[in-house]
Ligand binder design. Sequence first.
Ligand SMILES: C[S@@+](CC[C@H](N)C(=O)[O-])C[C@H]1O[C@@H](n2cnc3c(N)ncnc32)[C@H](O)[C@@H]1O
Length: 342
Amino acid sequence: MGNIKSKRPVSGIFQRKRSQSPQTDKAIASKGTASNKTPTSCGTSKSNRPFTAEEAPYVLPADLSEVDRLTQQHYMFRALLGSLHLAPFRKKLNKALDVGTGTGIWCMEMAEKHTDCQIVGVDIATIQPSTVVPSNCTFQVVNALEGLPEFQDNTFDFVFQRAMLGSYQDEQWPVQVAMYKRLCRPGGTVEMMEFDGHLKGFGEHGKRLNDLTEKMCLARGMNTYNAIRGKEYLEKEGFTDVHEVIKRLNFGSRHGNMGTLAVQDFEDLYKGLGVLMVQFNFIGEEELKQLIIDWKAEVEMEENETYIDLYVMYGTKAGEEEESVEAAPLADPVPPPSSSSN
Ligand SMILES: C[S@@+](CC[C@H](N)C(=O)[O-])C[C@H]1O[C@@H](n2cnc3c(N)ncnc32)[C@H](O)[C@@H]1O
């Protein structure tokens, strides 16, 4: 787990009872009642890990443990890619949007690198800092599934999303990408960075965790293969110069710091996803704890070469803009933070 352990909900998040059954959860997104100004409601679970919104189908808790996990995962992404993003920009950035910003760390680091650019991060959860935020960075608590009407068409030079696999139901993916297109100016860029929803090279415990994740997501109306279809969605929306870059993340301490971090990240991820797995009676709480322990041992065994693919998918919104100040992604060879193995 991360360094700070707390069962307290992150400040600003209120607790409210959420629906208990997968069937009810499938209808969540169509309700769409989130305020765009105040923190949204959240449910509680038997595990006391609070969730953010009843009106969004998101599958992970919003608490300090998750903030820790997302922060560590951010550095892992950055070290894996050597950059905060992969798309090159044709023009100097004036305005960028991060949808589902989480802790807001991506926005803050982008704001520091692009000091003339206004960076906006939106999320249903209020887990972003309210102080120590660069002056060109702002956060808004909104439900992106409501279409982000607070932003006009063609507003952003760069629209970004990362790790939204557990946020959008099947039919919502193309709708969200169409929304990104609306918000992006002609000549601007949309980039999506997503893990494949499935571990590869697993043993029996990895397979069980894969299967449970898939089952829980399906109960929530999410096919775990959707997130990596970004290239297809962008092409369908008429984006040009569409690219897909796949980076492999290997698990296990024999792969050094990154391999250890990957195991830690997924251990914490499974604990988070496990809240709904248990709530939906797909596995018992104690059984899940043991399964995660067994999986951690399994990935260390030489015969298992567990890995996951990270997909980076980006394209340009068709339209004007010939002037090019081609800026390759900022090289960012920062090593990952040292991991605290448990
Ligand atoms: C796995 S986290 C990724 C956070 C961040 N993009 C990152 O890479 O660190 C997914 C985030 O999406 C947010 N989210 C889920 N559904 C959302 C929605 N309908 N509108 C806005 N944010 C949403 C969650 O609250 C969470 O912070």
